[in-house]
Write a protein that binds this ligand. Structure first.
Ligand code: ZN
Length: 431
């Protein structure tokens, strides 16, 4: 007997089964199911042949049919068969809005995937990289990126007006070392609310310009690093900015950590000239918080190094001391303690530490704001880690736009799913 490669199933049962799988009902009905065993695919033909009148997509008024257009959607596989939905989608002629294609219940306008398929792709994208999802769902890389992009656009369009009181502005590197994006986050929820290219004044200006005067007025704390551009954009747009700009602990620690590392590198280089390897491999001992160091390491190697008359050890002690200057409640006491610390750092004769201390002196008002306003480092620190995770998951963004999209996708707290994806009786539910 000859093996049938292609079969058209017109039986009532087959059609009903597929109507149920697709979750469609009147006026839509399954007319044919075309099975291609060789190709491993099934085409489900759907039409609304009997409907003489259908609702206009603009005003919902029932209007006479005008003509129809053939369209295809990829649906979730049924019994391992790649499933394609094929429909002659009617156009209606509305006296008010003209000729328009009617809405279909299984997918969004302009998408080549059913809503359920997109929802599943979105679920996958939350857990796996773009390339893994593309392999798994047998989609091209750009098709997956397209699903992600539409999900973000949908989420941003649905997002209610922002109510922000505490925000954080951060830069994060994109691919190559010296390319950056700026992310603005809501410190209360931890959601990223805005992403822009670069780390210039304009990068953050776009965000402020998207807010109303009332929204700007409601901002109470803006946590950021001590570089100029974010400060000046905030001053230009947020009322009483000088009382709200906060240089939190995370950013101050980063500045001082970099300074200690510079001292270590210079000292190590000088030692090496004499064949002295004392500082080799010690980088992270000086940068980590002592409580995070492995106990054995902290007790042996690090204790010995700290006890030696090293420039790096002095720089480290100054950095460590600054970690304990954040518990003040009163601005005056905090100011006194920091001023004393700045004096100590300036007398250290360690150029990188002096440079950092000068920055801190210049930005002291913002540090004191952070202390009295309770601007914590937690959000900025975890946001940075989360963005780096997004970056790793993407393993190479082809462009910044896609990186920006991925940040919104994973960290924007957005409602990403297409409408109507619960139409199918399958068990997919929104998480
Ligand atoms: Zn209309």
């Amino acid at each position: 007997m000859q093996v049938i490669g292609r079969a058209i199933l017109r039986g009532m049962k087959d059609r009903e089964l597929y109507a149920q799988i697709l979750g469609i009902g009147p006026p839509w009905a399954v007319s044919d199911v075309e099975l291609d065993v060789k190709d491993g695919s099934v085409e489900v033909h759907v039409d609304a042949r009997d409907a003489k009148k259908l609702p206009c997509p603009e005003c919902d008024k029932t209007c006479p049919r005008y003509d129809h257009r053939a369209r295809r959607w990829r649906h979730l596989d049924t019994c391992q068969f790649r499933t394609i939905l094929v429909a002659e989608v009617p156009r209606v002629e509305c006296p008010e809005h003209g000729v328009h294609q009617v809405k279909v219940p299984w997918g969004e306008e302009g998408s080549r995937f059913t809503a359920l398929f997109e929802a599943v792709a979105i679920d996958w994208l939350r857990e796996a990289s773009l390339s893994a999802v593309s392999r798994r769902l047998q989609l091209s890389w750009s098709e997956v990126a397209g699903i992600q992009k539409r999900a973000v656009a949908r989420g941003l369009a649905r997002r209610p007006a922002l109510k922000l009181s505490r925000i954080g502005i951060d830069e994060t590197s994109f691919q190559k070392r010296h390319e950056y994006v700026t992310a603005v986050s809501d410190s209360t929820t931890g959601d990223v609310v805005y992403v822009a290219d670069g780390r210039k004044k304009e990068s953050v200006e776009g965000f402020y310009e998207s807010l109303t005067p009332t929204q700007l007025e409601a901002i109470e704390v803006v946590a950021m690093d001590m570089a100029g551009p974010y400060i000046s954009a905030t001053r230009d747009h947020v009322p009483d900015a000088d009382d709200k700009i906060a240089f939190d602990r995370f950013h101050v620690a980063k500045l001082l950590g970099d300074a200690v590392d510079k001292v270590r590198r210079d000292e190590h280089r000088a030692f090496m000239k004499d064949g002295d390897w004392t500082l080799k491999g010690s980088k992270y001992l000086w940068l980590k918080n002592p409580e995070n160091l492995d106990a054995a390491v902290a007790d042996s190697t690090f204790e010995i190094l700290k006890g030696m008359a090293l420039k790096t050890a002095r720089a480290w002690a100054i950095k460590e001391h600054a970690r304990f200057l954040w518990h003040y409640v009163s601005r005056a006491w905090a100011k006194r303690a920091w001023t004393k610390w700045i004096g100590w750092a300036m007398r250290s004769k360690l150029e990188p530490i002096k440079k950092a201390a000068r920055t801190i002196r210049k930005r002291l008002r913002g540090i004191l704001n952070a202390i009295v306003l309770g601007a914590t480092n937690a959000t900025a620190e975890s946001l940075n880690a989360k963005i780096q995770r997004v970056k790793r998951m993407a393993c190479g963004f082809r462009n910044r736009k896609r990186f920006r999209n991925a940040i919104y996708f994973h960290l924007g707290g957005l409602d990403l799913y297409p409408d109507g994806y619960l139409l199918s009786p399958c068990t997919h539910t929104r998480v």
